[in-house]
Design a protein around this ligand. Sequence first.
Ligand SMILES: [Zn+2]
Length: 185
Amino acid sequence: MVQGAQYEDLRRQACRGLVGTESDGQRFDGYGIGGALEKANIGTIVAWCAEELPRDKPRHLLGISEPDDLFAAVAAGADTFDCVNPSRVARNAAIYTADGRYNVNTAASRRAFLPLEEDCDCYTCAHYTRAYLHHLFKAKEMLGATLATIHNERFTVRLVDEIRQSILDDRFDDFRTEFLGRFYA
Ligand SMILES: [Zn+2]
């Protein structure tokens, strides 16, 4: 796990220290990038680490999941992610969609007999409506948080799938502009 917060010398030192502990027969299969990450510096910090770490080993970034942060981290060289955010905000009724985030516990969803997100293939969107989730949150039923989490996790995983495909198709920058333009519109 690479530590070092927003300090370039500490990040590079941590990377070199980890790589230096490897010996024949004792190698890491990948590297974690953890510690404090300031949103404005995510790309910069990941880029320092990407310069120091072996190119042929995956780099796992912890603690980010907002769409703009995912794009910034991938552009700088991060490969995989994990984060509690999609489930944490789901517990407060916040729903991610391609058109941005909304709260399903507001009056706008009370009689919305449609999925949390049109065209989403998750279990929640296949079986339940916004109106039902609105009811669950108002009634303080735990199931609301569970169903919202299923959707937000699927949204996040699908976004990373699409980012990967855009790299394979050599259209990462176009996809980034298009996705973020719609999400943060
Ligand atoms: Zn869904």
